[in-house]
Design a protein around this ligand. Structure first.
Ligand code: SUG
Length: 445
């Protein structure tokens, strides 16, 4: 049966802004309070989606969340009209207010962990929204993420949706950003690799000391159980605590996989050799291409700055692989040199395409952060909400929707403007019609 891998990119929301909310994410901290352009951000994302569609890939889109999150602000004690809630919260608790305005749901690599039907015991595609407990602004996402996923993959014959893990740091889960699947073909059972930052219950184990490890082993194990994965084809690897302390806040900032390729930095993992041996053993007879980037070629700092590993490795219809990289990689001498050389080597990666996603990069989100991968059979793909798939018509529709509703520029002061709340809700209400999602937002219910 033919299977494809579909990238579901997050559409950037109308309140895209830089608030320095993510301790441990260097770009987020460095760009705190810079002015943003929601319109440009959304368009950069749409152009990447359209380009992948034009390369012959199946491309989907996931709706953003509604912000400012008035419901959460009310839950935290702000009362009165919506305008009053905005004014009071921004004056009396500015940090809390900014966290409730983040458009962070755009990074759909953190929306959920997905296991394709070939890997699961019941033969369904499994989804568990990430609870994102480590950052308050991101912990506001899982419930609505779950609704968006259920409206996008709306067929219980093929799709199994789980509730996110308990909202507690012991089960801190960041979704697909810490999960990679290797397989010989998308339709064949693969090896699911979960990369965790620390052990929650055994604190004697190594852990970072400067920045937080957002993902726990126990959370990864719970996802594997929920998805009905086989122990024989599941691998749990600890991320190197030292690289977390240097700013590698998710595994997808230091390694990425596709089919029979694992592209990783020399310092990515804690116990690299054992991890790679286990992957190869569980993968079977076919050889995995372990493409290691040495510190000598690209330092961890340069990898964080350019997001060399937050690239998408995709399999083109021709069977060759392409790497989808941010233009920041092209602008770095060492990284662009590395990539030009990589595509001439004996690995399946034969092309590199650069995309300007700088609006997202300034918050620490590269091309791979912007997408959630879902490998599906033709039947499963047929059961997906078709309005969420990108074709020329849908791309044009979404572009005009952005033109109509998004602001060119946004600063902190704009976020408390009640008019922005009205604009955002009007935009998202219209979006749910374009994407045929139903009433997924709290303000619609
Ligand atoms: O969780 N940045 C996001 C970036 C997520 C990147 N995702 C992956 N690596 N898959 C985060 O740190 C910054 C928001 C701000 O500072 O305004 C933010 O949430």
């Amino acid at each position: 049966m033919k299977q494809v891998e579909v990238n579901f990119d997050g559409l950037v929301g109308p309140t895209h802004n830089y608030a320095g909310l993510s301790f441990g994410n260097v770009a987020s901290l460095n760009n705190a309070n810079a002015k943003s352009s929601p319109k440009q951000a959304a368009k950069q994302g749409l152009l990447k989606m359209k380009a992948l569609h034009d390369l012959g890939m199946t491309q989907g889109v996931l709706a953003p969340q509604a912000r400012p999150d008035i419901d959460t602000l009310r839950r935290l004690g702000f009362t009165g009209s919506d305008a009053n809630v905005l004014e009071q919260a921004s004056k009396r608790a500015p940090e809390v207010f900014l966290a409730c305005c983040s458009a962070s749901s755009m990074w759909t690599a953190n929306a959920a962990t997905v296991s394709p039907s070939a890997d699961t015991h019941d033969g369904k595609v499994h989804f568990t929204p990430a609870n994102l407990t480590n950052k308050f602004h991101r912990s506001l996402e899982p419930e609505v993420t779950g609704r968006i996923l259920q409206s996008t993959f709306k067929n219980d014959k093929y799709f199994q949706h789980h509730v996110h893990l308990p909202d507690n740091e012991h089960f801190g889960d960041e979704g697909a950003a810490n999960h990679t699947r290797l397989c010989s073909e998308y339709g064949r059972a693969g090896v699911e690799i979960f990369v965790y930052g620390r052990h929650a219950f055994d604190v004697s184990k190594p852990a970072p000391t400067v920045f937080p490890a957002r993902q726990t082993l126990e959370a990864s194990q719970a996802i594997a159980r929920l998805h009905g994965l086989d122990d024989d084809t599941t691998v749990f690897i600890q991320q190197n605590p030292d690289v977390i302390d240097q700013g590698v806040f998710h595994n997808d900032v230091i390694s990425v996989g596709n089919q029979n390729v694992l592209f990783y930095h020399q310092q990515a993992f804690f116990d690299t050799q054992n991890a790679l041996d286990e992957i190869q053993r569980k993968f079977g007879d076919e050889k995995v291409h372990f493409v290691r980037v040495d510190t000598e070629a690209v330092t961890v700092q340069e990898a964080i700055k350019t997001y060399l590993f937050n690239t998408q490795i995709i399999t083109l219809p021709s069977g060759e692989m392409a790497i989808i990289a941010p233009t920041d990689c092209e602008e770095s001498d060492s990284v662009s040199k590395y990539l030009s050389n990589l595509i001439t080597q004996d690995t399946p990666i034969k092309h590199v395409h650069y995309f300007d996603v700088k609006q997202s990069m300034r918050n620490g989100g590269g091309p791979a952060c912007l997408r959630l991968r879902v490998a599906m059979t033709e039947q499963e793909l047929g059961a997906v909400n078709q309005n969420t798939l990108i074709d020329d018509a849908n791309f044009a529709k979404l572009n005009s929707w952005v033109d109509k509703h998004y602001r060119d520029e946004l600063g902190d002061d704009d976020l408390r403007d009640p008019q922005l709340l009205i604009e955002s809700r009007t935009a998202l209400d219209e979006l749910t019609q374009i994407l045929n999602l139903g009433s997924v937002y709290p303000f619609q219910r």
